[in-house]
Design a protein around this ligand. Structure first.
Ligand code: FE2
Ligand code: FE2
Length: 219
């Protein structure tokens, strides 16, 4: 109950930040994901898959704070504070969600877990779809503001850079987080683990450089 309250508060907080940023941004920026459509997909899945996705999102939001906000000296203090307090609450959510995931996992037999793994893979694919749509929109916004002459090849390259950055932040960093991997993979048999690794393998190119040694995604 309290976690739901906190998440609603987080949403309100980030919407306010959105509005504050928008006031200073040139017009034309769009958010491409439809929150209702996302909610419909998520709500159609088993608790196991939803909890696994939740843990994944909590992990990448914590990694994001550690990697991008905490060490960023030029970041405005209000911005830093919002992410600091969000990070603190998410750290508590993770502990509770891990317990929930373990409880949920204990209720599943092998075929049910097999199905839930498929759902988790579909949810990660849906997340990648969201990121792809936003990358295209943000690249178009960037090109328009920069006043670039229409050049399809250059535009595609810029889209590629946005997409790599978003995949790194929203997919790969969560997947590489050791605590998430340990919890998830300790619950899977070899075939299930391979299915998840294979689904994530095409994103291996977006592994952050210091961790980018061959096989980081497969480890
Ligand atoms: Fe949150
Ligand atoms: Fe949370």
């Amino acid at each position: 109950m309290r976690m739901t309250d906190e998440e609603l508060r987080h949403q309100a907080l980030f919407r306010r930040l959105d509005a504050m940023m928008e006031a200073d941004m040139p017009p034309g920026h769009v958010m491409t994901a439809n929150p209702n459509a996302v909610a419909r997909v998520v709500l159609g899945c088993s608790s196991w898959a939803v909890l696994a996705l939740t843990l994944f999102v909590e992990r990448f939001s914590q990694v994001h704070y550690r990697a991008s906000v905490e060490p960023g000296e030029a970041i405005c203090p209000l911005w830093r504070d919002v992410f600091l307090f969000h990070w603190r609450e998410e750290s508590q959510h993770t502990i509770l969600d891990e317990m929930g995931f373990i409880r949920e996992d204990a209720r599943l037999d092998a075929p049910a877990r097999d199905a839930a793994v498929g759902e988790l893979i579909a949810l990660l694919g849906a997340l990648d779809g969201i990121v792809q749509g936003q990358a295209v929109a943000d690249a178009a916004y960037f090109c328009a503001i920069a006043g670039m002459p229409p050049d399809a090849l250059r535009r595609r390259r810029i889209e590629g850079l946005f997409l790599t950055a978003y995949r790194r932040r929203y997919l790969v960093s969560g997947f590489l987080a050791p605590r998430f991997r340990k919890l998830l993979f300790s619950r899977l048999d070899e075939a299930q683990a391979i299915r998840i690794r294979n689904a994530m393998a095409p994103l291996g190119y977006a592994v952050p450089r210091p961790l980018g040694a061959a096989g980081a995604m497969a480890a």
